[in-house]
Design a protein around this ligand. Sequence first.
Ligand SMILES: Cc1cc2nc3c(=O)[nH]c(=O)nc-3n(C[C@H](O)[C@H](O)[C@H](O)COP(=O)(O)OP(=O)(O)OC[C@H]3O[C@@H](n4cnc5c(N)ncnc54)[C@H](O)[C@@H]3O)c2cc1C
Length: 400
Amino acid sequence: MTRISTDILVSGGGVAGLTAAALFGSAGFRVICVDPAPPVTEETADGADLRTTAFLQPSLKVLQQAGLWDRLAPFATDLQVMRIVDAGGKTPAPRITRDFNARDVSSLPFGWNLPNWLLRREMVARVAELPNVDFRPGIGTKSVLTRDAEALVTLTDGTRVSARLLVAADGRNSPVREAVGIGARTIRYGQKALAFAVTHPEPHHNVSTEIHRSGGPFTLVPLPDRDGKPCSAIVWMERGPEALRLAAMPEAEFNAEMTARSGAIYGPLNLVTRRTVWPIISQIAHSFRADRTALVAEAAHVVPPIGAQGLNMSLADLRVLLELCRAAPAQIGEPAMLELYHRRRYPEVAARVTGIDVLNRTSMQGAPAIRDLRAAGIASLYALKPVRKTLMQLGMGARG
Ligand SMILES: Cc1cc2nc3c(=O)[nH]c(=O)nc-3n(C[C@H](O)[C@H](O)[C@H](O)COP(=O)(O)OP(=O)(O)OC[C@H]3O[C@@H](n4cnc5c(N)ncnc54)[C@H](O)[C@@H]3O)c2cc1C
């Protein structure tokens, strides 16, 4: 049986796990990253993740520190304006529109949009550049035994790894979280999200638009032109049976139905990728730490895709963890460090999970009486509410 030791073992090579491997590797730590499912790095391949990620300003620094931003920037679409539309009347026509322009508060856009399959491609390439990062796709975490001095992890190929710190980035059903005995509070909405890309005749002008009616928001996020036409990524949230009906609908009918749901703001929408379906839940682990173990990303928290929070919260987890590891490299994975990690992340994550839960419930009901509150709430998630300039600027990266 092979036995190896490392500073950090990252369990999970999804977008969060690969970012963790690149980030800790770029900082000079010895990293092993494992995932039983090899990453799918082409848009048209089976199993490709057709979601996109809107990275908000505070995530930029993490991507830079991970050596990823230079690779990603050429493919990123600026998100300059966040538009929240209420279409809760008898017809799906837009009734009230609120715009939040990043220009009012910053010289940068409020975020950048990138396809998830492309993120994986660039992240895999980045970790391959780092001699101190050992990425092992096709191999998973099998069992975990934590001791004072180390986490002893047995991999599915029989290798035993002794790590000073085990980073659980192995998703919402995290095997590591289960192995170390941390429970989670889960809220199920009976809701699913369809994620796909469309082209349309009208340009998006780098505006990201969230349209609220009922069942959940319908969000159009800018992408680069495709086949010479303006292009957007769409996340369409609906109650489960309705989402499945839409996913199975013949394409021409689907195009007509989503154009109507969009209020035809960009003219007729034309589907250009597969439709992928994602179950929607809220979840937060009871604790973000165990002996020698830190939970990050969806292993620690899951939120509905409103306000582009999920992965951005995950990168904030990694930023804090890296700061703590750098501040005391000799003590990585020790109880005091992990306690600090938990204390710095848990309250903020818990507040966001609660806030997004409320926004999602109001959007599902389409309740018109609270639409102003909803618009303000969503805008504050994007850190773009002009009247709270100072707070917002703090939220854009200054928070410790
Ligand atoms: C429709 C939709 C749109 C979204 N849009 C945004 C957005 O715009 N902005 C944003 O910030 N967030 C967004 N999110 C959230 C974001 O997509 C997720 O936070 C992110 O993809 C989750 O990444 P992850 O790496 O934590 O989990 P996962 O992608 O689930 O990765 C977990 C990995 O762990 C692996 N694994 C499983 N078992 C083991 C094992 N035994 N050992 C090792 N590895 C294992 C799995 O194979 C998997 O690769 C969106 C989510 C949805 C559903």
